[in-house]
Design a protein around this ligand. Structure first.
Ligand SMILES: Nc1ncnc2c1ncn2[C@@H]1O[C@H](COP(=O)(O)OP(=O)(O)O)[C@@H](O)[C@H]1O
Ligand SMILES: [Mg+2]
Length: 392
């Protein structure tokens, strides 16, 4: 069969999921610990394209296998920093989840379908009703208390359906932050509500996934969260796993990569999953033979690099204003991973305020982030190499 197996993209399943044994085993332990009655929450974090979303697919599957109900929202964004939008999303997801399993329950029990699945108040399993109050701005209930009550009051629906717990799998969650200017504290309120319902014995657990700044966002919003959330890092694959990601993908196809080629590809991609898929795919696309050698690869490589710039880096870089691009170029002139604010400010020739505004915007746009006090990092792997090419 002559099919190109590689699959670069966002959240698209790889031909072979390599090297995630540790993360999967940690998550397995988390579920086990919840089964034993403990409280566990997770933060999954890593640079863009490292494979967080496809790992969440696996977590989703594990939840189902072990009788937890996963409620997944794949695309959080800045919009959800607003209370009403967040509330809408949460309620929609909860209702859909309940509708889905309540239909199954009714069929299983061969009961008359005397229930309307569409009217929110009557959706549920026999004798248990879903409760959906609306949070109105005019009420005097703080948003966190509203969330807490909403979750708590509905826990019996899940409990009576024999779920061991509800796992909120939230992707791209680094985009949800407190917005002081508009007095919207969705992140703090959500974290507080989850914490409170857990104390009350309602079994909701959070798996928050996003770019590395998610960790600091959570810590800043609720300092106690540090103790409540286990961190699962998703990074580049080690050489062995990266080799497997290539070799296993080729199994069952008519393509063969020379051993030296595989080695070079692992090195050139730094073991970053998106790049591995991309290099693999483009290498095959740019040849006519099925046994591909190191020499072929060396000829093709410049094309692959140009294509990767155009597909992965360029569209992001274009999102940055000219001031933000200047800050990025300044960052690329620093050799180490942790780039001091002072260095950026001086190389970009910016005032303290302008530099900090630009960096704040770059964080929102997913290109750089405040790693710790006074130090910044890139949010995309190998971004520096691209910038060095771009900014010169
Ligand atoms: N463990 C892995 N082994 C091989 N390929 C992977 C692995 N994890 C992810 N990929 C591939 O990398 C790309 C990016 O994955 P994705 O989950 O979208 O990353 P993220 O959510 O971190 O941005 C996808 O094309 C995916 O198929
Ligand atoms: Mg993703």
């Amino acid at each position: 069969m002559k099919r190109n197996p590689f699959n670069p993209g966002s959240g698209v399943p790889p031909p072979y999921l390599a090297g995630r044994e540790d993360q999967l085993s940690t998550f397995g332990k988390v579920l086990e610990s919840i089964e034993d009655g403990h409280v566990e929450n997770v933060i999954v974090h890593g640079l863009r394209g490292t494979g967080k979303t496809v790992l969440l697919d696996e977590f989703n599957r594990m939840c189902r296998e072990r009788k937890f109900l996963p409620i997944r929202r794949p695309q959080f964004s800045e919009k959800y920093c607003n209370q009403e939008e967040f509330e809408k999303a949460l309620k929609f997801d909860m209702r859909i989840a309940i509708e889905t399993f309540s239909k199954v329950t009714w069929f299983k029990n061969r009961m008359k379908a005397g229930i309307s699945y569409l009217k929110p108040k009557s959706v549920g399993i026999p004798d248990t009703f879903y409760y959906e109050p609306s949070y109105e701005k005019s009420t005097s209930i703080p948003f966190e208390d509203y969330l807490k009550k909403y979750l708590n009051d509905n826990w019996t629906v899940f409990e009576n359906a024999d779920f061991r717990g509800v796992i909120l799998l939230y992707d791209e969650f680094h985009t949800v932050v407190d917005d002081k200017r508009n007095k919207q504290y969705v992140l703090s309120d959500f974290l507080a509500a989850v914490n409170e319902v857990q104390k009350a014995g309602s079994k909701y657990f959070a798996v928050l996934c996003g770019l590395p700044n998610l960790q600091l966002n959570v810590k800043k919003a609720r300092s106690y969260s540090e103790r409540m959330y286990r961190s699962i890092e998703v990074g580049n694959l080690n050489d062995e796993a990266a080799t497997l990601a290539i070799e296993k993908a080729l199994e069952g196809t008519s393509y063969k990569f020379e051993a030296q080629l595989v080695k070079s590809m692992v090195e050139d991609t730094g073991g970053y999953p998106y790049f591995l898929q991309f290099y693999g795919k483009e290498t095959i696309s740019n040849t006519t033979v099925s046994k591909i050698t190191q020499r072929d690869y060396e000829r093709i490589k410049p094309l692959v690099v140009t294509q990767l710039d155009a597909d992965f880096f360029e569209p992001r870089f274009e999102l940055a204003s000219s001031g933000e691009q200047r800050a990025l170029c300044a960052m690329s002139r620093f050799a180490g991973p942790n780039i001091p604010f002072r260095f950026i400010k001086s190389k970009a020739r910016m005032s303290k305020n302008d530099a900090s505004v630009s960096l704040g915007r770059l964080e929102k746009k997913g290109m750089a982030y405040n790693y710790k006090r006074g130090e910044y990092r890139f949010s995309m792997p190998m971004f520096r190499n691209y910038l060095v090419r771009k900014c010169s």
